[in-house]
Design a protein around this ligand. Structure first.
Ligand SMILES: C[S@@+](CC[C@H](N)C(=O)[O-])C[C@H]1O[C@@H](n2cnc3c(N)ncnc32)[C@H](O)[C@@H]1O
Length: 186
């Protein structure tokens, strides 16, 4: 399957390892939930597992599951964290029979999902599940798009607003650098 992060997968971790991005990661690590069965949507090379390490979340406290359509990004995750589970497909096409306690999608990843499909999060959430989604602000083009010839369609945050309201009235919305973080319990 064609997946547009393929082209930059080999350099992805290196590029985002500079001090500027690390600082941003530490801020995100403070906010991101970690509990029970975790789904990482658009998991890429497994940054969420790194953030849990920064947070010193013990391995037994969570059961990690990633989903991403880009096989080369997942290959990097598996090289680093071979014991973690992941599916190679779009969120929209994943197995929706499992349920999760924590649903996370970091750094633009939710902005690649077709807006209407974001409501599917309800189908895979356990009661009281915690959600943490980092959408690209309207008009923001991720750096990854200029690193490669990435033409993957990205939606601005506004396209998701009405679907997020359907998903939960209790979400908080926080502007954070180039992102809008949507978080709260379902
Ligand atoms: C900017 S990267 C972020 C990766 C990782 N979350 C991080 O923060 O390092 C975006 C990821 O979303 C994935 N992606 C693109 N479309 C997707 C979709 N429809 N469902 C799930 N993931 C998708 C891409 O393959 C890519 O790995």
């Amino acid at each position: 399957m064609k997946a547009d992060y393929d082209e930059i997968a080999d350099n992805y971790d290196n590029f985002f390892s500079s001090a500027k991005y690390r600082e941003e990661d530490y801020e995100v690590a403070k906010k991101v939930p970690a509990n029970g069965k975790v789904l990482d949507i658009g998991c890429g090379t497994g940054l969420l597992i790194d953030l849990y390490k920064y947070k010193k979340v013990p391995e037994f406290a969570y059961d990690y599951n990633g989903v991403d359509p880009c096989f080369k990004m997942l290959k990097k995750l598996i090289l680093k964290y071979g014991d973690k589970k992941c599916q190679c497909c779009k969120f929209e096409e994943m197995d929706m029979s499992e349920k999760y306690d924590t649903i996370v999608s970091l750094y633009n990843s939710p902005s690649y999902i077709k807006p209407r499909a974001i409501t599917k999060i309800k189908n895979i959430a356990n009661n009281g599940a915690e959600v943490f989604l980092m959408f690209a602000k309207d008009g923001y083009t991720p750096i990854a798009h200029s690193l490669g010839h990435n033409k993957i369609k990205i939606y601005g945050f506004s396209a998701y607003k009405k679907y997020l309201r359907k998903l939960s009235k209790n979400f908080s919305y926080e502007e954070f650098n180039n992102y809008v973080i949507v978080s709260g319990k379902l």
